[in-house]
Design a protein around this ligand. Structure first.
Ligand code: ADP
Ligand code: MG
Length: 330
């Protein structure tokens, strides 16, 4: 096993004790891309800092290839040379140019030719060519962020930890970086753990997803399984829109692609009030027979229009809402 967490605990005691991570156990294989999702304050950043050896643990241990990752109490220089953490706050060497910042992050034993090629590759990947001789202070915030990530990626670690470092990148740049990571994951067995709030990124790039809530592991599974079989409404909502549909006295959770408008009669007759196009789905306000309005999410509206009477048709309906917002599978 590449990475193993055994009952990892982390507390903070400023005024009262915050249990940022409750005993958390999980294993990660080499060459995987794991995404960590959860609402703000659920312990995602704390987890990455523990993994990077920046925090001391309050319980349990973390093993990288069988060897414990030590925190600052034991390890005088915090961090681990096989692990790199990239956060939203970044540090650049402000008296050195863009190229020099990249060069300083490179393995010093490389030949000049090799160094030049690697620097060029990063400048290309991050679209920083025109700025290569500028100082970080002459760059925009977004460009500085790109440079910080380029500095982190120019010499790949065994384990790369990304804590929302590209939240403000444009979509093309983001997909270029994810493609780059994908090749490194498959060619060089790089292991990556990414924290993001963008569920489309998670759905597209994750091998496995860890769902955290208040420092607790809720689910850790393949991404498709978490999307289709979330444990509860909290988890379901982290990976995209869903509908709650009442049918035969029970409430079912239906993803937008599982819901259709139909002219064949079902239990749910509604009138389309307003349609809003949201890219990969539609957000639609419908009213029921009591004139109560509801919002539904569907991927297709076919030729139905505002004002029309339609029936909601859901297939498949495998998820039923049980007690305490937990989902039950038929
Ligand atoms: P997330 O990254 O999921 O938003 P964090 O890991 O940053 O969550 O925080 C988890 C909990 O731990 C929060 O309640 C937060 O306030 C607390 N916390 C995080 N870092 C510290 C710290 N350095 N000192 C005190 N409390 C902290
Ligand atoms: Mg965070």
């Amino acid at each position: 096993m590449f990475l193993r967490l055994k009952r990892v605990e982390k507390y903070f005691s400023s005024n009262k004790i915050t249990k940022a991570l409750k005993p958390l156990s999980l294993s990660i294989d080499l060459g995987q891309h794991v995404f960590v999702i959860g609402e703000t304050g659920s312990g995602k950043s704390t987890l990455l800092k523990c993994l990077a050896g920046i925090h001391d643990l309050d319980g349990g241990e973390i093993l990288l290839e069988g060897k414990p990752i030590l925190g600052p109490a034991v390890n005088l220089i915090p961090g681990h040379h096989d692990i790199r953490l990239v956060e939203q706050e970044f540090s650049l060497k402000k008296f050195n140019t863009v190229s020099q910042n990249l060069e300083m992050a490179l393995d010093s034993t490389l030949l000049v030719k090799q160094k030049k090629a690697r620097i060029k590759q990063m400048l290309d990947l991050f679209g920083l060519h025109r700025m290569k001789n500028k100082l970080p202070t002459e760059l925009s915030g977004g460009q500085q962020q790109r440079l910080a990530l380029a500095v982190a990626l120019i010499e790949l670690p065994k384990l790369l930890l990304l804590d929302e470092p590209f939240a403000h990148f444009d979509p093309q740049l983001k997909s270029r970086i994810f493609e780059y990571l994908k090749t490194k994951i498959s060619d060089q067995n790089l292991t990556v753990i990414t924290v993001t709030h963008d569920f489309r990124e998670t759905l597209k790039h994750a091998d496995k997803v860890l769902v955290l809530n208040k420092g607790k592991k809720l689910q850790y599974e393949k991404v498709s399984l978490i999307y289709n079989q979330p444990k509860d409404l909290y988890t379901a909502g982290l990976l995209g829109e869903f509908n709650m549909l009442k049918q035969k006295g029970e409430i079912w959770l239906i993803r937008p692609e599982e819901l259709r408008f139909s002219d064949v009669q079902t239990e749910q007759a509604v009138k389309i009030e307003r349609v809003e196009f949201c890219g990969h789905y539609y957000e639609i306000v419908v009213s029921d027979k009591f004139k109560d309005e509801h919002v539904v999410f569907v991927n297709e509206i076919d030729s139905f229009q505002d004002g029309e009477q339609v029936f909601l048709n859901a297939i498949p309906m495998q998820r039923k809402l049980g007690e305490k917002e937990k989902l039950i599978y038929a």
